[in-house]
Design a protein. Structure first.
Length: 251
């Protein structure tokens, strides 16, 4: 499809290219993953200014020619997430989120749920999510609460990519009681009789994952360090096994 088009997008990665250009790895609202070149954007008086940096949410006009890269012809800032940039834990959580999207959602196809999830998480890390009640100081992004929210983001991202683990019944036999293990190969929680080949999953870790998927991101449940570790292992192994994707540690 050649020609000009408009889309909203988040900059996942911005790479210096040639003498004065940038190559942008974008997650767009209308076409999913997209790569684009912004010519001359590193010149001092570039019309793009400083807005082609990671995490910016932009309104873009792009031109798709015959090559793989689209060309950025216009860019307007919709959200710069300025607080996120000034807060170390928010910045690294945002970077891990963008990295997860790069690894897990590499298809050039609209996925509105994934796009709005990423926007919502960046707003939350910026302290501007409506109704989150967070101050721009963002103390909750650090430590256990930040880890819990990062895992909730990953679980929801896995869901938008079609890789959410089975949590309601044993992924091997369908049993709904005594769900005490997790098996990535089976695709989710497993009962005591089917636990072989999986690992032990506490009730707390299981509940955490169910609530994290059911609640809005801003209301991610809390969990003990042990439960969060188990939940992270379950998510990580599920994505390795089924999506063939290895994510960096969540926190
Ligand atoms: Zn079973």
């Amino acid at each position: 499809m050649q020609g000009s088009f408009k889309t909203e997008a988040i900059v996942l990665r911005s790479i210096r290219y040639a003498e004065a250009d940038r190559v942008l790895h974008l997650y767009s609202s209308t076409r999913g993953r997209l790569n684009a070149i912004a010519k001359g954007s590193r010149r001092p008086r570039s019309r793009f200014g400083g807005r082609l940096e990671p995490f910016f949410r932009l309104d873009l006009v792009l031109y798709q020619g015959r090559g793989e890269l689209a060309t950025v012809t216009a860019a307007h800032t919709l959200d710069a997430y300025p607080n996120l940039r000034e807060n170390g834990p928010s910045l690294s959580a945002g970077a891990r989120a963008c990295d997860s999207v790069l690894r897990l959602l590499d298809v050039a196809e609209a996925n509105p749920a994934a796009y709005s999830l990423l926007c919502r998480y960046l707003s939350l890390l910026d302290g501007t999510e409506p109704g989150s009640g967070r101050s721009p100081a963002l103390p909750e992004i650090d430590g256990a609460a930040g880890h819990a929210t990062a895992l909730a983001f990953r679980l929801k991202l896995a869901l938008t990519a079609g890789f959410a683990p089975e949590l309601a019944s044993c992924a091997r036999c369908g049993e709904v009681r005594e769900l005490s293990g997790f098996s990535a190969a089976a695709g989710g929680v497993v009962c005591a009789a089917c636990e072989r080949g999986g690992f032990e999953l506490s009730h707390e870790a299981h509940d955490f994952m169910v609530e994290a998927l059911g609640n809005p991101l801003a209301a991610a449940p809390s969990g003990s360090a042990r439960a969060l570790r188990q939940a992270e292992r379950a998510i990580t192994e599920t994505l390795e096994h089924h999506a063939h994707v290895q994510l960096r540690a969540a926190a």
